[in-house]
Design a protein around this ligand. Structure first.
Ligand SMILES: [Zn+2]
Length: 324
């Protein structure tokens, strides 16, 4: 085997040093905000939504300028990255976990669309919010952001709702599913016309309430769904409500005004928490879809008869609680 000469080793070391140095320079360049960024006072009123973030605002720009802002640090960079990266990650990793060749294909689509939509809406909103086209375009982008969240709350939650009523009688099953869809449509109409952050959050109250009732029914064994999904069922709504509350209250930058302009402000934290919430939604949904795949209607019927025959028998198998 040929041994490297001293000269070859030195050349390799120099090359690797040059590469590392170039990477460091690029990172430093990215991390150093350009000097033409503006302060809160300089911004038009529709972009003054957080008085505790004082600096790092991009000036009003055209589409090219907004896209170029992906390559330097400003006070929306973390918001853009935290919801831009999940788009690529989800599209690359989620589809293999889902069944695409049977009657549950529709629910697989619901889950994929529901998992990826909030990030697309949010990414576009945060990237182009400083577009020089004025307040009207800004509110259109905000509506797109809300629409992405709505897709997650409606289509994304359908597998949970359908798994919960999977073994119930036809009438109750369809009444529940149709009611959930009506609540979602009502929520969308409210979300697109809401005037404040709190109003926007409250638009999702009715579908949330219905999911809460179904969760209680699942706990009390009156509804279906995979029992191993329950931790994630709680986390998917609990974490996003916590994130939403932090975002609306401007905590922690309210306590350190001007110190968390670029990192760790409430919107950054909320963004990370909602990604965690959708991860839990994914875990719960994959388990529920898997459960529905294994639970044929006839199996539901068999369990139903068994349960009616011996209603006080508490040591039912993990499967048998799905139908009463
Ligand atoms: Zn956001």
């Amino acid at each position: 085997m040929k041994t490297k000469t001293l000269e070859e080793t030195e050349t390799e070391t120099n090359e690797s040093y040059t590469i590392t140095s170039t990477i460091n320079k690029q990172i430093n360049k990215f991390m150093t905000p350009p000097c033409d960024l503006l302060t809160w006072r300089d911004m038009p009123s529709h972009l003054k939504f957080n008085p505790y973030v004082h600096t790092g605002y991009r000036p009003l720009q055209n589409v090219k300028g907004c896209i170029n802002s992906l390559f330097y640090m400003h006070n929306e960079t973390i918001n853009i990255l935290t919801h831009g990266i999940p788009i690529v990650y989800i599209l690359a990793t989620v589809p293999p976990y889902l069944p695409w060749n049977n009657s549950l294909r529709f629910l697989s689509w619901c889950h994929l669309v529901g998992s990826v939509s909030p990030w697309i809406g949010s990414f576009v909103y945060h990237l182009f919010m400083n577009l020089e086209r004025g307040e009207t375009v800004y509110y259109r982008l905000l509506q797109l952001d809300m629409f992405g969240i709505w897709m997650s709350q409606s289509f994304g939650a359908l597998p949970f709702v359908i798994a919960s009523v999977f073994c119930m009688s036809g009438f109750i099953k369809w009444l529940t599913i149709i009611s959930y869809c009506i609540f979602c449509i009502f929520g969308l109409q409210k979300a697109l016309t809401a005037a404040s952050p709190w109003q926007r959050r409250l638009c999702f109250a009715l579908p949330f309430l219905m999911r809460a009732i179904l969760t209680i029914l699942r706990l009390s064994k009156f509804a279906g769904g995979n029992p191993t999904a329950m931790t994630h069922v709680f986390l998917q709504d609990g974490v996003s409500i916590f994130g939403g509350a932090i975002g609306a209250m401007h905590i922690p930058e309210k306590w350190f005004p001007g110190c968390l302009d670029y990192y760790l402000n409430s919107h950054n934290i909320m963004h990370v928490l909602v990604v965690v919430a959708v991860y839990s939604m994914h875990q719960a949904t994959v388990r529920d879809i898997d459960w529905m795949e294994s639970m044929s209607t006839s199996k539901c019927g068999a369990i139903s008869n068994q349960t009616i025959d011996i209603p006080l028998l508490s040591n039912l198998t993990s499967d048998s609680h799905f139908e009463l």
